[in-house]
Ligand binder design. Structure first.
Ligand code: NAD
Ligand code: IPM
Ligand code: MN
Length: 353
């Protein structure tokens, strides 16, 4: 009987509320296929920071390295500056384990009220492929003349040929495997002088190996407008770390709620553990109330099972989410209902059977 060893980092805020629901759903789906889990919990969070001065122990990465995967809730909470908490836990994990692909599917489900007029389930069903370890997310730079009126802040972006090519190539492969075979690339090559024209050129170059994939290249500003005006146009959308981040909140918002969206931080070569989490954050405004939507976390768990070689478990979980939403009877507030985290989680688990 397969036994999967999963590192669990609930983290902060609603991360602690949605992860237990995700674990229960994975247990229920795994049971049907004779899969067992060893869950090992790590309490790394902003509370840990207040206690120890660190988000995770010095050997934190080493502690995670032997696991099959990492299941994470959310990181960041008022009281610790966000750049300190995130650069102390989430971002180092993505980097240390070379999780250079961040896969974020976007789908409009039947039963979830859509904020866009006249869009139906089926109209919105695309994949954001986000570069996850370089780009605009960088700690390189500095401040001079700090605190004076001459203060100057320099923040570097890093785009390597290897890092750019491998994410674009992954996105082309993804597009080629889908029916529409359509790739959209997000840049801002009219305003950003070096990195963005470079990215555009690499898309053109890499595309030569995928003649059957149709390619669009948009500037990020108009692309956000197109997401809202014609989401049905998109199939696979690839972007840099920052643009991918923005598009993967905007896309799910167009489907009614960001809280349903999953995020798979993948090391495709499987040299290192990959990490699965919801797209959303710790939601301090609703933390502790038991009303957080757990579906993004459950869907992320499904993606974890797909990555670990159990597509059937993925499908069972996704079908359960679909079926629960279709009845529109147990929706959390972000989807227009009044159910709590536990009730929605239980509905999904009952549906799994
Ligand atoms: P957020 O995603 O935490 O919240 C944005 C809004 O969406 C809030 O109104 C919140 O209540 C709502 N929301 C989010 N998840 C929800 C859910 N599951 N159910 C119902 N409503 C939900 O974004 P933010 O407010 O920008 O960030 C809060 C903290 O989380 C910050 O410290 C930020 O850095 C961190 N953050 C972490 C991650 C991560 O760990 N991957 C992602 C995003 C933000
Ligand atoms: C996400 C989050 C993180 C990111 C933040 C918290 C650093 O917004 O996972 O989307 O930008 O990657
Ligand atoms: Mn984000």
């Amino acid at each position: 009987m397969p036994r999967l060893k999963i590192a669990v980092i609930p983290g902060d805020g609603i991360g602690k509320e949605v992860i237990p629901v995700g674990i229960k759903a994975l247990e229920a789906a795994g049971r049907q296929f004779g899969i067992d889990f060893d869950w090992v919990h790590f309490d790394w969070s902003c509370e840990t920071y207040h206690r120890t001065g660190r988000m995770m122990p010095e050997d934190g990465i080493e502690q995670l390295s032997g696991f099959d995967a990492i299941y994470l809730g959310a990181v960041g909470y008022p009281g610790v500056p966000d750049h300190i908490s995130l650069w102390g836990l989430l971002l180092p994990i993505r980097r240390a384990f070379d999780q250079y692909v961040n896969l974020r599917p976007v789908r409009l489900f039947e039963g979830v009220p859509c904020p866009l007029a006249s869009k139906q389930p089926g109209d919105i069903d695309f994949l954001v492929v986000r570069e996850n370890v370089e780009g605009e997310y960088s700690s390189i730079g500095g401040i001079q003349y700090e605190g004076t009126e001459h203060e100057v802040v320099v923040q570097q972006s890093i785009f390597t040929r290897r890092g750019t090519d491998r994410i674009i190539d992954y996105a082309f492969k993804m597009a080629q495997s889908r029916t529409a075979k359509h790739l959209t690339s997000a840049t801002k090559s009219n305003g950003i002088y070096h990195s963005m024209p470079f990215w555009d050129k690499r898309v053109q170059e890499m595309g030569k190996a995928y003649p059957d994939v149709r390619v669009d290249q948009y500037h990020i500003d108009i692309l956000t407008a197109h997401f809202v005006r014609m989401p049905e146009h998109f199939d696979v959308v690839v972007g840099s770390n920052l643009f991918g981040d923005i598009l993967s909140d905007l896309g799910p918002a167009c489907t009614g709620t960001i809280a349903i969206a999953p995020s798979a931080n993948i090391n495709p070569e499987k040299q290192f553990p990959s990490m699965f989490e919801p797209v959303h954050g710790s939601a301090p405004d609703i933390a502790g109330q038991g009303i957080a939507n757990p579906l993004g976390t459950i869907w992320a768990g499904a993606m974890m099972m797909q990555h670990l070689g159990y597509p059937d478990v993925h499908d069972v979980l996704l079908r359960a989410i679909e079926n629960v939403l279709r009845t529109a009877q147990t929706l959390t507030r972000d989807m227009g209902g009044n159910a709590g985290t536990e009730a929605l989680g239980n509905a999904v688990i009952a549906e799994i059977g």
